[in-house]
Design a protein around this ligand. Structure first.
Ligand SMILES: [Zn+2]
Length: 268
């Protein structure tokens, strides 16, 4: 899911042609191999995300890798009015199995009513697509709306559009530094692109000494009066531009340390 309306250039169209020519899907590396003079990979990732604003290109797990598969144009790309069709609403409610996807209470046992809601609000760039919709009970939906109203929409739009999942998580935690940020919000911002991101692992990685964020797990009473998991950022340094490399490097050193029988230090 892309969060802003991107302009498409030559490389976008080359990617699109490649995907259309390979209906079984391509890994990001195969896409890169198919495009001459492409440069660094993160730009390619971003271009695929741009394309997803207009086209349905899910990332599907295949064995140990993931492939992008071209499924066609997105019918909702032209004009996202935010209106949820009866059909989409029915799909979302069916997937929820009568359960609020935030607090877990059910229609059958707790007598709640479910409302279909945008996970990432439209004014943060969220789209009206099934992967950005969920079913919430009225107290959770109302509480979420109140909580989100305390954010600066423009600021959130900037955070949501950041390429690096680490930046999105770090920036969101900084907005609430010293106070609890609900876990579900971190999950949201981590998954701005795909609903497959292992956000808890990303959070652990931000705690590596090379990155130096001091993040503490806690609980917070939400607007609906229920306890929920949350995280507090106590200390941080600016995220270095090579943070992805530093994280990989830290993991490599830990692995080598383990092989040598050295203690694993500072991993948590
Ligand atoms: Zn609920």
């Amino acid at each position: 899911m892309s969060v802003r309306k991107p302009n498409l250039g030559t490389i976008h169209h080359q990617i699109l042609d490649l995907l259309k020519a390979n209906p079984d899907g391509l890994t990001i590396y195969e896409i890169r191999d198919g495009i001459p003079d492409i440069g660094v990979q993160q730009h390619l990732d971003k271009r695929v995300r741009d394309l997803r604003y207009y086209h349905d290109i899910p990332l599907i797990k295949r064995g140990k890798t993931s492939v992008y598969i071209y499924k066609g144009e997105r019918s909702d790309a032209a004009a996202d009015s935010g209106a949820i069709s009866a059909k989409v609403r029915a799909v979302v409610l069916h997937k929820a199995h009568g359960r609020c996807q935030m607090c877990g209470r059910t229609v059958a046992e707790d007598g709640i009513k479910l409302q279909v809601d945008h996970k990432i609000p439209r004014n943060w760039g969220g789209t009206t697509t099934i992967d950005n919709l969920w079913a919430l009970c009225q107290p959770c939906n109302g509480g979420k709306r109140d909580f989100f109203a305390s954010f600066n929409d423009e600021q959130m739009k900037v955070i949501m559009a950041k390429e690096s999942v680490y930046e999105r998580i770090a920036e969101t935690l900084k907005l609430h530094a010293g106070t609890p940020t609900p876990a579900w919000l971190l999950e949201f911002v981590a998954n701005a692109d795909d609903w497959q991101e292992d956000w808890q692992k990303r959070l652990r990685e931000l705690r590596y000494p090379a990155i130096g964020m001091k993040i503490r797990a806690t609980r917070k009473k939400n607007e609906a009066g229920r306890w929920e998991a949350a995280y507090i950022l106590d200390e941080w340094k600016d995220l270095p531009s090579n943070h992805k490399f530093l994280i990989k490097e830290h993991e490599r050193l830990i692995r080598e340390g383990k092989r040598k029988g050295v203690d694993e230090n500072g991993d948590d």
